[in-house]
Ligand binder design. Structure first.
Ligand code: FES
Ligand code: FES
Length: 214
């Protein structure tokens, strides 16, 4: 005797059947409550910290989950530092913290208690621009300008890294003093994305200030 052919069931039917079964089981057990994800607390513990930003000391009391980026923008009103991705992928939020460039969206403000932070506002003003700011204007190193504060903070650190002889991933000789060639510059600035594609002008601007040509 032939064995019976199993009935065909579509994926949609299977899902409907599964949902109906779950509802039946849930309603069949008095007092059963479907599991819900725990809601995130609206506020976390707060902590006092001091931050020196652009040479000015600030005493803050922040939710420990506050990123450095949000502390700068939302609590100190320094909105020059931009939030692009908020995931460490675009570089728009780059600032200089204790001499190193960092993505301020990827670090908590409380981790910088007692630290020194420089943002784009601390580099220059429209009347007295930092040489890199002036070079970006001169070379049209931007279009919408959203990435520009991060590009400039990064470039300040890049020029400093090269002066101190720190090699990059593309340096041919790890023991020789690196030259800021276009390849070096592109590698070192690769964490700063420009959605307007102003890259060639950005390279020109930084190269001029670094004092070397590729
Ligand atoms: Fe921080 Fe994009 S906003 S890397
Ligand atoms: Fe628009 Fe760079 S100038 S993203």
């Amino acid at each position: 005797m032939d064995s019976p052919t199993p009935p065909l069931i579509s994926r949609r039917d299977a899902l409907i059947a599964g949902a109906a079964t779950a509802a039946a089981v849930s309603s069949a057990v008095p007092g059963t409550v479907a599991a819900q994800p725990a809601p995130l607390p609206a506020a976390g513990p707060r902590m006092k910290l001091s931050l020196t930003v652009n040479g000015q000391a600030h005493a803050l009391q922040l939710d420990t989950r506050t990123t450095l980026l949000d502390a700068l923008r939302e609590h100190l009103n320094l909105t020059g530092t931009k939030k692009g991705c908020d995931h460490g992928q675009c570089g728009a939020c780059t600032v200089i913290a204790d001499g190193r460039r960092i993505n301020s969206c990827l670090t908590l403000a409380v981790m910088h208690d007692g630290g020194q932070v420089t943002t784009i506002e601390g580099l220059g003003t429209p009347q007295h621009m930092h040489p890199l700011q002036a070079a970006f204007v001169k070379h049209d190193g931007y279009q919408c300008g959203y990435c520009t504060p991060g590009q400039i903070c990064s470039a300040v650190a890049v020029i400093d890294e090269v002066k101190r002889g720190i090699p990059s991933h593309v340096s041919a000789d790890l023991n020789a003093r690196p030259l800021l060639s276009a390849d070096e510059l592109r590698e070192r600035m690769s964490g700063n994305i420009c959605r307007c594609g102003a890259y060639s002008n950005i390279v020109d601007a930084i190269t001029e200030v670094a004092g070397s040509r590729a």
